[in-house]
Design a protein around this ligand. Structure first.
Ligand SMILES: [Zn+2]
Length: 234
């Protein structure tokens, strides 16, 4: 990754996915000077059986903004597609290409390709198709100049990845990740995600031999020297 490369973009289907899947790594990159934007496709309005959907969406957007701030991300954008994605349209693809060409990220995070959740899988496919289309002269209606991220990493949410190519030591940012997760009060009130994530990070750390706590990724795209920014610093 060249020395000027300092922009990262993370896509999540629901307001808490980015914190769960790659929050520790996002916090690490923020500490290293990366400009990071979160893009959330649905506001997760179906994600509560206690709060009416009309209130859940705005509440979860507030939680997502708060969590992004804890991680050190510079901004959050909401696409407000209806919760419960089962597919995508050409217009949605143009939305993503437009974002990609505007923000021009060097590192891109998205759900790993074989996620067990259909909504997560749809986001992964939509984003990856849009990356491909946005890299060339096609889709002029999206505006902007062609762009392709140097690194694309798939993160795990609903089940652990069976295979992964990259483990990032997040020992220094695990507590930040958990503080960001705790901002999602509408979700953590019902499920102890903090316990699950602390356990997963430790398991990933031990089994990847990083020794501490880790997040692991499916490497969807990479180039030579891509991973210098993840190396442990002196
Ligand atoms: Zn989700």
């Amino acid at each position: 990754m060249d020395r000027e490369a300092k922009r990262a973009l993370a896509f999540g289907t629901h307001p808490d996915d980015i914190e769960i899947g790659c929050g520790g790594t996002v916090a690490l990159l923020a500490q290293r000077g990366f400009d990071i934007t979160h893009v959330i496709l649905t506001s997760g309005e179906a994600g509560s059986d206690r709060i009416p959907p009309g209130e859940t969406g705005p509440l979860r957007e507030r939680e997502a903004r708060e969590a992004a701030k804890v991680l050190g991300a510079a901004g959050v954008e909401f696409l407000r597609y209806p919760d419960g994605l089962t597919g995508f349209t050409r217009e949605m693809k143009i939305d993503i290409i437009r974002i990609m060409r505007r923000l021009r990220p060097h590192i891109l995070f998205v759900h790993e390709r074989n996620e067990s959740s259909l909504g997560h899988r749809v986001t992964s496919q939509l984003v990856l198709e849009s990356v491909q289309a946005g890299a060339g002269p096609w889709f002029q209606e999206a505006g902007g100049r062609p762009w392709s991220p140097e690194v694309i990493l798939g993160y795990e949410v609903w089940h652990p990845l069976g295979r992964y190519e990259l483990a990032v030591d997040i020992s220094a940012t695990l507590e930040t990740k958990l503080r960001a997760l705790a901002c999602h009060r509408s979700q953590t009130a019902a499920v102890r995600y903090d316990e699950a994530l602390r356990g997963l990070a430790r398991w990933r750390g031990v089994m990847s031999l990083s020794g501490g706590d880790a997040e692991v990724f499916e490497v969807i795209k990479a180039s030579q020297h891509s991973f210098r920014c993840f190396a442990q610093q002196e």
